[in-house]
Design a protein around this ligand. Structure first.
Ligand SMILES: [Zn+2]
Length: 143
């Protein structure tokens, strides 16, 4: 019963974050309220330790919300990674985070894809978040 409630709450949260991403910074107030709500309930520990920008980056990556071609298949006929342009690639999260030569050349700390799903110490979580933010920027600058 309670588990179901939490699951529903998380689902709501993710939908709100998607909406927020679309609407940009005007929703920061909304985010603060939402963050308070989740921190009062059962929220992952990292949410209390990271800035909202970094939390949001982790949430986005975990929910596969980085705007890679695989996410927007209807908008792309050619799924090849637009960053490295290697014809053997598919532009999806795993590729841009862990394999893509273009992003890994530009990020100071390489991360393994499955690291984004682990609970780790604050320093590591911050590093991962920074990397995700940077990769997101690289993709947006190449859109
Ligand atoms: Zn690539």
């Amino acid at each position: 019963m309670l588990k179901k409630k939490i699951r529903e709450k998380n689902k709501d949260m993710h939908e709100e974050i998607i909406e927020m991403g679309a609407q940009g910074k005007s929703k920061i107030k909304h985010w603060t309220a939402m963050k308070e709500e989740i921190t009062s309930g059962k929220s992952p520990d990292y949410m209390n330790r990271l800035s909202q920008n970094k939390c949001s980056a982790i949430v986005r990556a975990r929910n596969r919300m980085i705007p890679v071609k695989k996410k927007q298949q209807n908008q792309h006929q050619n799924m090849t990674c637009r960053l490295c342009k290697d014809p053997n690639t598919i532009e999806q999260q795993e590729h841009v985070i862990e394999e893509c030569k273009t992003t890994t050349d530009q990020i100071p700390h390489k991360i393994k894809y499955d690291e984004i799903f682990k609970e780790q110490d604050t320093k590591t979580m911050k590093q991962i978040a920074k990397t995700i933010i940077k990769i997101h920027e690289i993709i947006e600058n190449n859109t």
